[in-house]
Design a protein around this ligand. Structure first.
Ligand code: ADP
Ligand code: ZN
Length: 519
């Protein structure tokens, strides 16, 4: 017989109610379904498999990549009276034997294992002699080859799907954009399962993105007018820029510290310590700063350079306002930054596939920067979450200047359609602008009716409009292939002229204008 999840939640964990999507996930898994769960850190992922593990008969096998994390979880569970153990390399032979015996005898509710162990044939044979309640795969993004935490052992986890087809599997992670989610589903054979995406919103953070004109002055004004005496973090791309910005801010009367990997270890530690202990300090840093730093009252996170991706942006800005009080994520960017990041991608040693993914990530980030929609919507949708226009981001508070881009959008959509929905933005733009490149000619695309219809727009205009179409969901990117563009599911009304498309006025032109007006 299966126990009731709510009863388990109350009697074992001492909580009154489920949070967010926990209840839905738990019911799905208790009923034997597979699931992919995306929740930000602190969202309550553990209960999503711990409660089902106690509801269903048998032992739950939890795959976790970090031994320290495993020990913590097991310790916490034991204190709650749950029969849990960790099988890992720190155990003696006798201890290992004992845990194995308990598993077979049905004396354990949960056993945590490192992914390597799951690959051992002997361990799998042993599992075959146990009654299993479920498999939980924590930090599931480790299966993604494109991610920063790739673990080859994770690729083998799919084998348990074949060996134990009747046992539900639940994969959990805090960081996975659309392509990574699809990769997890594919590699862990979760195609029959459900995806649960939840709680990425940080409603107390106000998102603002502006164009770079005189960045240091813009930053200083932002601090002086809105964050005098507040703690904040300022991210810069290079060490030199960190030093330079911190020194300059101090000269302007802002108490600023520097942090980057090139600083002497003791200086770095001292600065970090000071920032955490004292009130109202500003930390100017490279991305080396921030991992595992939990300062609740950081009131703003500023970016003087573009982050690497929207995931990085979300993570870095997420360090603001952990206490739930109003906070700001502020960023300025310019066309030069975009060129710099593009160059870095092209010059890197990465494979072509990986470069394609990085280009896509950059475009998604630029789509966010250039959007005329609610920024929070664009950000959350990138993670598969959603929200109503938030009223707490710059585009909501001060609607941006837009122009009616319906006709341009129709041109772009039909060019994508007529070229077969498989080419990247450069080729589509060549067709739109009537450029007879070798590729255009060899494919016969110069004979298409859309060839050259968009020649009034510059290449940069089209790039920006295509990114905005991606941010609007009208154009999708085949990221598993070679970055080919294809039409989104809801483009019909646009093509028929029943729905309008608003584009933000060309941001690079605007940046140029504001630079000129300062001369
Ligand atoms: P994650 O693994 O997603 O980072 P955890 O599972 O560690 O998050 O949960 C974060 C915190 O929230 C923990 O302290 C946990 O006890 C608490 N928590 C989770 N679910 C609930 C709930 N339904 N009610 C109250 N507290 C909860
Ligand atoms: Zn908004």
């Amino acid at each position: 017989m299966q126990a009731d999840p709510l009863h388990i939640l109350k009697s074992v964990f001492g909580y009154d109610s489920f949070r967010g999507l926990q209840e839905e996930v738990i019911h799905h898994v208790v009923a034997g379904g597979d699931a992919l769960v995306l929740m930000p850190t602190g969202g309550g992922k553990s209960l999503c498999y711990q409660v089902p593990a106690l509801c269903r008969p048998g032992v739950a096998v939890v795959v976790s990549p970090l031994i320290a994390l495993m020990q913590d979880q097991v310790e916490t569970l034991r204190q709650l009276g749950v029969k849990a153990a960790a099988l890992n390399s720190t155990l003696s032979f006798a201890e290992t034997i004992e845990i194995s015996r308990q598993m077979r005898a049905g004396e354990l509710d949960l056993v945590y294992v490192a992914p390597e162990r799951l690959l051992q044939p002997a361990f799998l044979d042993q599992l075959a002699r146990c009654s299993l309640s479920l498999f939980a795969i924590d930090e599931a993004h480790c299966v993604s080859q494109w991610g920063h935490d790739f673990r080859p052992e994770y690729l083998q986890i799919a084998a348990v799907a074949e060996r134990f087809p009747g046992v539900p599997r639940i994969a959990l992670t805090a960081t996975a954009d659309g392509p990574t989610q699809r990769e997890i589903v594919e590699r862990l054979h979760l195609t029959e399962g459900r995806e649960f995406v939840a709680g990425f919103d940080r409603p107390n953070i106000r998102y603002r993105v502006g164009l770079k004109a005189t960045p240091k002055q813009q930053l200083l004004r932002f601090i002086q007018e809105e964050h005098r005496g507040d703690a904040g973090v300022i991210y810069c791309q290079s060490r030199a820029k960190v030093e330079d910005t911190a020194t300059w801010l101090r000269e302007q009367g802002v108490e600023a510290l520097a942090y980057h990997a090139g600083l002497d270890k003791t200086v770095r530690a001292a600065n970090q310590d000071k920032f955490l202990r004292e009130d109202g300090l500003v930390m100017v840093a490279t991305i080396a700063f921030g991992m595992g730093i939990d300062k609740p009252d950081v009131r703003f996170v500023a970016h003087l350079d573009l982050p690497k991706s929207l995931e990085a942006y979300y993570q870095e800005t997420g360090r603001a306002g952990r206490d739930g009080l109003p906070s700001q994520a502020w960023m300025v960017y310019g066309v030069q930054d975009v060129a710099r990041v593009r160059q870095m991608i092209e010059a890197s040693e990465a494979s072509d596939d990986k470069k394609a993914i990085e280009r896509h990530k950059l475009n998604a980030l630029l789509g966010f920067c250039e959007t005329a929609r609610c920024r929070r919507q664009v950000l959350l949708e990138y993670f598969g979450d959603s929200c109503a226009p938030c009223g707490n981001c710059d585009t909501c508070l001060e609607p941006v200047e837009t122009f009616d881009g319906t006709q341009a959008a129709q041109m772009a959509l039909s060019a994508i359609y007529r070229t077969g929905q498989r080419y990247g933005s450069q080729h589509v733009i060549d067709v739109l602008r009537g450029q007879t490149t070798e590729r255009v000619r060899s494919l016969g695309h110069h004979r298409l009716p859309t060839f050259g219809v968009g020649s009034d727009w510059s290449e940069a205009d089209w790039k920006s409009m295509l990114r905005q179409l991606v941010a609007l969901g009208h154009v999708l990117v085949d990221i598993d292939g070679h970055g080919g563009l294809f039409l989104g599911p809801d483009v019909r009304p646009v093509l028929r002229g029943e729905a309008k498309v608003a584009f933000r006025k060309d941001p690079s032109a605007k940046a140029k204008r504001s630079r000129d007006s300062q001369r």
